[in-house]
Design a protein around this ligand. Sequence first.
Ligand SMILES: C[S@@+](CC[C@H](N)C(=O)[O-])C[C@H]1O[C@@H](n2cnc3c(N)ncnc32)[C@H](O)[C@@H]1O
Length: 314
Amino acid sequence: MSHELYFNYAELYGLIADDRNFIEELNRLRAFTLPSTGLFVELFAGPAYHGTHLLNGGWNGKVVAIDNSHEMEKVACNRGFNGNYLCADAIIGLEQIVNADLIFIPRYSIVLVDKEYAANLFNQAAKSLDTNGVFFVEIHKDANIENQLYIGGRWDELSIYKRILETPLGKIECIWPYKTEIVDSDQKIVDMDVRITIAKDNLVDEYIFTSREHLHTKADILKFADEAGLKELRERSCELVDSYLLAFGLKECDTKTNSPILADTFQSDILEKLSFNRLFDISSVDACSVQLKKSGLDADAHDSPLSLHVYNLL
Ligand SMILES: C[S@@+](CC[C@H](N)C(=O)[O-])C[C@H]1O[C@@H](n2cnc3c(N)ncnc32)[C@H](O)[C@@H]1O
């Protein structure tokens, strides 16, 4: 399975997948504009390209990369990553994160997990996000995962389909996917073979890795988000060459992001974080206690929703 590529050939993966303009992607995420007190989390991080470019690009907030491969952690460190690398399953790693300003799952990695896991991951991401945090997931365009396309192997339209690079190891050619085999067409589960050849001194080494992929559609992703209490932030979602970068924020901050009063009143990051700003939606005790917990304010100091309004106006 593909784990072999991520565990035993992580260095090779590190060379092959270093084929993007990471600064441009980080700009799409608006990562460089996060406050310097912020927390950027890269999930399924592998070589932690994004985190590395973010820190090397001068952002001085905190970066946490999460991946379950120790080999990937070594590759990331050897390539200059100097944030925190949590070598852990994505959900277990995320459980240790609170108040993340940005959580990012790059390049289709969400397909590595099944629907149940993906739903749980979205739930945990919602818990780990800061009130104004954004969760980005990069997914395939639906056109690439319609039945006839994945059966017919139209993946050759993807920019990752064929990658050729000259390296100290030799000339590397990677075909991804080289072959696909349907495991479950209803669930859109396929086994994809990845073929990597390394040519040096007239000798060619060939490696075939099989990756089990759960081809979640955009609708699937929106459903996981909705069930986790997240809503799409359309103004932050965007389209890359052959993927969608979907952005999600907490539904419970609707009033915060939509309210013109808040836009005028709470300009500074610190006030935004400390102030408790659901001005119009604070009617139930449950809603209050959830909001109180998130606000970090002392719950014992409040005895009524009215006192919360006082905090809102501070
Ligand atoms: C396709 S690679 C992506 C690496 C990198 N983010 C990139 O953009 O190239 C997927 C990574 O996810 C990791 N991974 C797979 N399943 C995981 C899980 N359940 N929890 C944490 N990491 C996982 C693998 O070790 C691998 O490094």
